[in-house]
Each structure stands twice: as C-alpha cells, then as structure tokens.
Design a binder for this molecule. Structure first.
Ligand code: PBG
Length: 330
C-alpha cells in the first residue's frame, strides 16, 4: 500500500465518527440471501421438541416443520437443509433406513416440495450417521469404515433424494471419490439439474457435539471420525480435497466448521473460483448462544461471527441463527 498518508493529516477515526458513516463505508454486510437454515425433523404430529444442548433449537414433526419453512420463505431465506432424528429401532449396521422411500427425510421432502415448490431450495445431507447403530457416516467392514461399500449406498441415497425432488444433494461423509460417482449416477438417471454441494473440507471437529445429540447419534457413536474427516492440524490438504471434488463435479464447496477455520475458507476462496458455503456448526452455536444468555458476551456476537465468515470468503452460511438473524435484518 503506497501513499496512504499519515497522522495528523490522516485520521482513521474520522470515518468511524458516527453510525451513518460506518454504515456508508462498511465493506461486508449480511443479507438474508447469505443464510441457510438447518432443520431437524422427527416423527409424529404437532411435535416441537427443544434440543437439550442447543437452546431455542427444536426438532419438528413434518406438519410443524412446514410452518417453520413458511416463515423462512417469508423472510426470503433461500435454502434450508434437513436432518432426521431417526428412531433407534430404525437404525442398523448398514443404515438401510437411508434407502427407505418413506423415511422421515423423503416424507418431509415430498410434503415441503408440494407446498412450497421452488419458493425455497431444499438441501439434504448424504451420509449414513443418522441411520447407523454405530453412528458412523459409512459402513464397517473388518471394523474399518469401508470407503467403496459406503459409496454404493450413498449413490442410492442420493438418487432417492433426487427422486423426491431434493434440490441440492450434500454428501457430508468424506468418503474418497463419492462426488464423481454420485454425479455420474444422477446424470445417468436424468437428474442432471440436481446440484451437489460437497462437504469437501470437513474436519474431525470437537464442535459437532450438540448436533449428534440433535440427531440422536451421540450415545451410539463408537470411537471418532478421524479416519475419514480431516485432521485439524492441516490446511494444504484442504486444497487437495477441494481440487478433487471440483474435478469430480461439485457445484459448491462446503467448509466445516466455520469460525475455527476462517483461514481455510479464505485459502479455498483465493485458489478456486467456485461458490463456498461455510457451516457454523452446533458447538459454535451453543457456545455463542449460552454466552449471550449468561451475558458473558454481547448479542451482536451473532452478527460478528456471521460477518467474519463472509469476510473470509463464504458466499452463504449454514447457521442455526438463520431464522433469528433473518427476522432481525428484516
Ligand atoms: C454428519 C454430519 C455432522 C454434522 C452435519 N452432518 C456431524 C458429524 O460429522 O458427526 C454436524 C453439524 C453440526 O455440528 O451442526 N454427516
């Protein structure tokens, strides 16, 4: 930077002297277009159940879910992402409930698409963890998560969701090669318009705790996910992951979690000209939410955290604060 001037001619504080000028020179802003709303679905009718580890976040039965999605539409949130709370009795070692065309997600998709058509986009996770008894995203063979066997199931799960009119398929399982295989299968069956958001950069993170509670996999999870999710000590590896998934046909890249990985979002942004979503995960949500409740941090911490994700280079952010923030912006 040349000729930036110097004190006392230059006083940086002049452009901060009042709210109106701060608004005028602000470099990054948050709009409802930047928000993706994650929602948890459960069985039943007129059910709305708060998740213990996530204050003010609920699991909804499909009828209740419809009302929340209506609110999201009105607030102009462009996309929701659905996660099922699967009953224990429906879980097994292969996660076969994932392929049941009447599972929670399929029923929710049919009902939401009928009601809202293209007024809002719907994204669904492709992974087996809500359905496996051991809580892993894939299937075990000789006590290892078997990559290629898992892909075979993920392909079927993707096709089923596409058939149910899911707009965006989001493989979050971190198996090698699944984006290419899923793309190929979707195209072959005529779903060439179904987008793929690849969770290309997903870390084996300590911040997923409350989510596992939300989908009921926390008690069942055996061990950890370090043989497939990324090591948090790595950053160059993220670029290799993204390069592969871009080549395999990903339309959008997800970086997850959010706040501890701002550097990764920026690096991906600088190296690839592809849209980036980031995921402010459940642990980040609960930390901030509880901090505000206890008055340890200010309420604007929510906005600060979301704008930092934008500043780092995210096009949009999956956040449990989406509804709250969208109402505020409105
Ligand atoms: C797994 C999945 C996880 C999340 C979304 N999909 C957790 C995990 O990998 O165990 C976490 C989201 C969050 O913490 O908010 N397919």
């Amino acid at each position: 930077m040349k000729n930036i001037g110097s004190y006392p001619n230059l006083r940086m504080r002049r452009n901060r002297k009042a709210d109106w000028v701060r608004r005028l020179v602000s470099e990054h802003n948050l709009s409802t277009n930047d928000l993706i709303l994650p929602l948890f679905v459960k069985e039943g009718y007129q059910k709305k159940e708060e998740i213990k580890s996530m204050p003010n976040i609920f699991r909804y039965s499909i009828d209740e879910l419809t009302r929340v999605v209506e609110k999201a539409c009105k607030l102009k949130i462009p996309l929701i992402t659905l996660f099922p709370y699967s009953e224990i009795k429906k879980k097994d070692s292969k996660g076969k409930e994932a392929l049941n065309k009447n599972n929670l997600i399929c029923r929710a998709l049919r009902s939401l698409k009928k009601e809202f058509k293209n007024d809002i986009g719907i994204m669904c996770d492709v992974a087996l963890d809500p359905y496996t008894i051991h809580g892993h995203d894939g299937v075990l063979k000789n006590s290892k998560i078997d990559n290629d066997l898992t892909i075979e199931i993920l392909i079927k799960q993707s096709l089923l969701q596409a058939q149910m009119q899911c707009d965006i398929i989001a493989p979050s399982d971190m198996m090698d090669g699944r984006i290419g295989e899923i793309r190929k299968a979707l195209d072959k069956k005529g779903y060439e318009d179904t987008q793929i958001v690849s969770y290309a950069v997903k870390y084996a993170s300590n911040f997923y705790g409350p989510f596992r509670d939300a989908i009921g996999s926390e008690k069942s999870l055996k061990g950890d996910k370090k043989t497939y999710q990324m090591d948090f000590r790595n950053s160059s590896e993220a670029l290799r992951e993204v390069a592969l998934d871009v080549k395999e046909g990903a339309d959008i890249i997800m970086v997850k979690p959010g706040l501890p990985y701002l550097d990764i979002i920026r690096t991906v942004k600088d190296n690839f000209k592809i849209p980036i979503f980031s995921y402010q995960v459940s642990g980040e949500y609960s930390l901030i939410k509880n901090g505000i409740k206890k008055k340890l941090i200010g309420e604007d911490a929510i906005l600060e955290s979301l704008i930092s994700l934008k500043r780092a280079g995210s096009n949009a952010i999956v956040s449990y604060f989406a509804l709250e923030v969208a109402s505020q912006i409105k």
